[in-house]
Every structure is written in structure tokens, then in C-alpha cells.
Write a protein that binds this ligand. Structure first.
Ligand code: GTP
Ligand code: MG
Length: 315
């Protein structure tokens, strides 16, 4: 650990106690001084330096606007869909895709794994994708099909998508734990977890497990947001839907799973639903910077597209 202006001996002590710059940056000075023999003033200084190093010091709104305009966006391959997202899927954010069976979540994830590799001027980030698969639905054949429709180098596209299968939540946490090494090493610009909901929902059943499930979800959300900001990457997770008991709240008989503790974590929440034929509707229903809006897109042989022919809408 390297923190300018902090005594080497103190840094050693922090390291031995298991502290990193990341976990120091989110402590209060009281917490730190109670964990390790330091006075409050010194603890405050260490936390300040750690925050500075991670770039999480306060900045002006003007500077914020400037930094925001420079943020990377990955195109969905549908102009209409990109439009409701403010240009595509943004880096430094956690984006949630919620939707029922066959609503297009996984297809959109495949498309993003391809698109992140495109040049900047074509809506990509010239980086690679890391796909954490919890349902064993990753399909190289489908990625090949989508990439060849766009006349991309199929082999290169496949070589730049890294896949890990997470067999349970414990395994998911251990993969997330390794991201600090994998992301810079493999030039990852997009991380996908498809689906985040499945293991959490199957392992923590019943009221007795609810608190533990919420704590784990909060933890993973916190880790993911920190990673998205630290490495300037986009993170997309998929979520299932459940019957909505309080229909008036969401205005639909279905709502995303995982409950309230999760609901406030993603910066962008998108609800996907089936429409006529291959068309799908995406609704951005909870965003930290865009209004609630809907977009129509299609899941076709070539992947995600805008309406192929407007007449199809009136079939
Ligand atoms: P779950 O994982 O079951 O919750 O659903 P999902 O939202 O991930 O669904 P997915 O993205 O797998 O979308 C499935 C839909 O995409 C299917 O109903 C098909 O309409 C379409 N689709 C999937 N594979 C193909 C394909 O190879 N070709 C075409 N044309 N469409 C496909
Ligand atoms: Mg799926």
C-alpha cells in the first residue's frame, strides 16, 4: 500500500491488519481508530489520503459535468434503446436488466459483449467483456451468429469474451473478489452477471433468511459499484421478476425480484418485456439521470436491432 505522507510503519500496521486503500476509503475516522491503535486525527488523515487516491474527494458540479460527458457508453445496437439510456450503457454505473422468461435479457448481454469491443466511433469501448454465467446460458454459437451478421472477426470477438460459471453465491463472491486482477489484465470494459437473481433467490428461501440475503445483496452491490468506478467499466446484471403484490406501485402485475434493499443500488434499472413477435419493450423505470421512458427494439437473427420495418408494428 502506498499513501503519500503516511508513515511507513503505520502503513505496514494497516496492511497486516488487512486494510486496503479501498476499504480504508469508506471508513469513518472513529471506526478506523477503534480498529487499530491510532488517534482520530491520524485516522482522518489516512482516510482522506485513501479517498484522494481513489478519486472520491468532493468535486464541483461543473467538474462533475465535464467528467460525465467523457464517460464511455456501449451501444445496445438499437438507436431507440440507446436514446432512453442517454447514448447506451454507461461506464462507472451498475445497470440492471429485469424481465421475465424470454424477454431478451441474455440476448442483450451477448450483444453488449460484442459491442464493447467495437471502436469508440461505432459505439464501443475498444475493450473486452467478462461474463459471469450463473445459469449456464452463455452461447458461443449465438455470439458467432450475431458477430458474423455484422461482418466482424468472429474469432477475435470470441477471444475477447471471458466467461466464468458461478455455481452458487459463495462462488460468485469469490469471482468478484478476483476482479481486481482480471479487469486490468484482460482489459475488461464490461462486466456482466447473468443472472444475479438466480442463486440469491434459490439459496435464501423464507423469512428467516431474508436479512442474510439482503446483507449479501448490499455487499455485492457495494463491491460492484466500487469496481465500476475504480476501473471505469460498465456493469450489467440481470434480474428476474416476481408477481407484484402492490400493483399500484409499479403499475404492472410484475416487478423485479430481490426486494427493497437491492432496489436502490443500481444507477439504471431497465424492465424488459415481450411484445408482438420478436419485438421487445424496454422501460427505463429508475434512473439517476434520465426520465422514465420506453423504447421498442427487436431480437432478431442478427441480434438486437431497431424496428426492421415499421409496417411490422401494425401486423
Ligand atoms: P430467461 O433467462 O429465461 O429469464 O430469459 P431472457 O430474458 O434471458 O431471454 P433471452 O435473452 O434468452 O431471450 C430469448 C428470446 O430471444 C427468445 O424468446 C427468442 O425470441 C430470442 N432468441 C434467442 N435466441 C435466438 C436466436 O438464436 N435467434 C433468434 N432470432 N432469436 C433468438
Ligand atoms: Mg437469460
Amino acid at each position: 500500500m502506498d499513501l503519500e505522507g503516511i508513515n511507513k510503519k503505520v502503513l505496514e500496521k494497516l496492511e497486516i491488519a488487512g486494510f486496503t486503500i479501498e476499504n480504508l476509503s469508506i471508513l469513518t475516522s472513529e471506526e478506523l481508530s477503534s480498529k487499530i491503535d491510532l488517534d482520530i486525527g491520524e485516522a482522518k488523515k489516512i482516510i482522506n489520503k485513501a479517498q484522494h487516491k481513489l478519486g472520491i474527494q468532493p468535486i464541483s458540479a461543473m467538474k462533475f459535468l465535464e467528467l460525465e460527458s467523457k464517460r464511455g457508453k456501449i451501444t445496445t445496437s438499437s438507436n431507440e434503446f440507446d436514446g432512453i439510456l442517454g447514448g447506451g450503457v454507461w461506464t462507472q454505473e451498475l445497470t440492471e436488466l429485469a424481465g421475465g422468461f424470454g424477454s431478451g435479457k441474455t440476448q442483450l448481454c451477448f450483444q453488449l459483449c460484442i459491442n464493447v469491443q467495437l471502436p469508440f466511433e461505432e459505439g464501443g469501448l475498444e475493450g473486452n467483456a467478462f461474463f459471469i454465467d450463473t445459469e449456464r446460458t452463455f452461447s458461443p454459437r449465438r455470439v458467432v451468429e450475431m458477430a458474423s451478421y455484422r461482418e466482424l472477426d468472429v474469432e477475435e470477438i470470441l477471444n475477447n469474451i471471458y466467461i466464468s460459471s458461478a455455481v452458487n453465491t459463495h462462488h460468485l463472491f469469490s469471482i468478484v473478489d478476483q476482479l481486481d486482477e482480471i479487469i486490468p489484465e484482460k482489459n475488461i470494459k464490461l462486466l456482466i452477471i447473468d443472472s444475479l437473481a438466480s442463486h440469491f433467490r434459490s439459496e435464501f428461501i423464507g423469512k428467516g433468511k431474508l436479512v442474510e440475503r439482503q446483507q449479501k445483496l448490499m455487499k455485492i452491490a457495494e463491491l460492484l459499484i466500487m469496481i465500476a468506478v475504480k476501473y471505469d467499466i460498465a456493469i450489467v446484471v440481470t434480474n428476474q421478476i416476481i408477481a407484484n403484490v402492490e400493483e399500484f406501485l409499479f403499475g404492472s402485475p410484475e416487478e423485479p425480484a430481490l426486494g427493497f434493499a437491492w432496489a436502490h443500488r443500481p444507477q439504471q434499472r431497465i424492465f424488459l418485456r415481450k411484445s408482438r413477435g420478436s419485438s421487445r419493450i424496454a422501460r427505463l423505470f429508475d434512473s439517476s439521470r434520465m426520465p422514465e421512458r420506453e423504447a421498442l427494439f427487436y431480437v432478431t437473427e442478427s441480434g438486437i436491432t431497431d424496428a426492421p420495418y415499421s409496417t411490422e408494428l401494425f401486423e
